[in-house]
Design a protein around this ligand. Structure first.
Ligand SMILES: C[S@@+](CC[C@H](N)C(=O)[O-])C[C@H]1O[C@@H](n2cnc3c(N)ncnc32)[C@H](O)[C@@H]1O
Length: 284
């Protein structure tokens, strides 16, 4: 079996076990082909040292190590995700030797030796973006590259939309994540932020995807959205964003809405940037 198929299947199998993080495992598996399409075009080779910031379960780190035959180090502050990443990497012994996973807060830590290529996918939305991008200059070698991929909820359209009771839960989820420092409209801001932080833009890609399809509750896309919101159910109720009854009503409405024919369009932004060779690394 090809490495990528094997990886996706292992992620799906892990999703059967891992309860709390099921949504991220499903998302990692679901987005496999688009992730690889972008990662495999990055400027790297067998001699590159690559860091994947906010590596989660380590899929991108493993994929880059396999594709480029490079040394890759994944960083995250979530210990249990890193444990899953390490477990996953031992199942690929020919790649695992070149991949390490390290627990760090990436807004504070600076590596002793900056990397040729630094990637960060769906991480910056949780962090103070400009200060973090400036800090990450210390992660990238002068002349080296930074690759980011991020979301923007303003680029998502679903028709017909979700049932009203579920929309209420989505709105509560968005309010909660916003109030807890998450920026779900970071995509549109990234080009400006990168320039402000002293990087040169090499390529900016608006990576859109549209479909008209009969959605089933068993679809990965449907499943991970549901799991993602469910993972915050207790916090949403505890902090008064919705009542327990409202949440249950939303869930019942959601589950009752499928199968449904939906037109869905959405996009992420993928950005390749470089740190100018003359630039001193670290905070200017
Ligand atoms: C949505 S996940 C994305 C994971 C992975 N990059 C992917 O594409 O599947 C965001 C990851 O960033 C990590 N993260 C967020 N803030 C962090 C910080 N300050 N230091 C290290 N990791 C952080 C989280 O623990 C989480 O694993």
């Amino acid at each position: 079996m090809a490495f990528t198929e094997d990886l996706d299947q292992r992620l799906l199998r892990l999703a059967q076990e891992e309860r709390e993080d099921r949504w991220l495992l499903l998302q990692t598996a679901y987005t496999g082909s688009t992730r690889r399409q972008a990662l495999y075009q990055l400027p790297a080779g067998a001699r590159s040292r690559i860091a994947d910031i906010g590596c989660g379960f380590g899929a991108a780190a493993l994929e880059m190590a396999e594709h480029f035959q490079a040394e890759v180090e994944g960083f995250d502050q979530d210990r249990s995700r890193l444990e899953v990443a390490r477990r996953l990497s031992t199942t690929f012994p020919e790649i695992g030797d070149r991949v390490r996973f390290t627990e760090k807060d990436v807004t504070r830590f600076l590596p002793d030796h900056p990397f040729d290529l630094v990637t960060a996918r769906f991480v910056l939305q949780y962090l103070p973006a400009l200060a973090t991008l400036v800090h990450w200059r210390g992660w990238v070698k002068p002349g080296g590259s930074l690759y980011l991929e991020e979301v923007d909820d303003g680029w998502t359209v679903e028709y017909p939309g979700p049932p009203r009771a579920w929309q209420r839960i989505i709105d509560a989820y968005k309010a909660y994540t916003h109030d807890h420092g998450s920026d779900r409209e970071i995509g549109r801001k990234l080009p400006h932020l990168l320039v402000q932080a002293g990087y040169h833009l090499t390529r900016v890609l608006w990576n859109s995807k549209s479909s008209l399809a009969i959605e089933q509750p068993s679809d990965l896309q449907v499943g991970f959205e549901r799991e993602k919101i469910l993972s915050l159910q207790r916090a949403l109720v505890r902090e008064g964003y919705v009542s327990g009854q409202e949440f249950q009503a939303g869930l019942t409405a959601f589950d009752g809405a499928y199968p449904k024919m939906t037109f869905l369009t959405g996009a992420t932004i993928q950005i390749w940037a470089t740190l100018p060779a003359e630039s001193p690394s670290g905070i200017p």
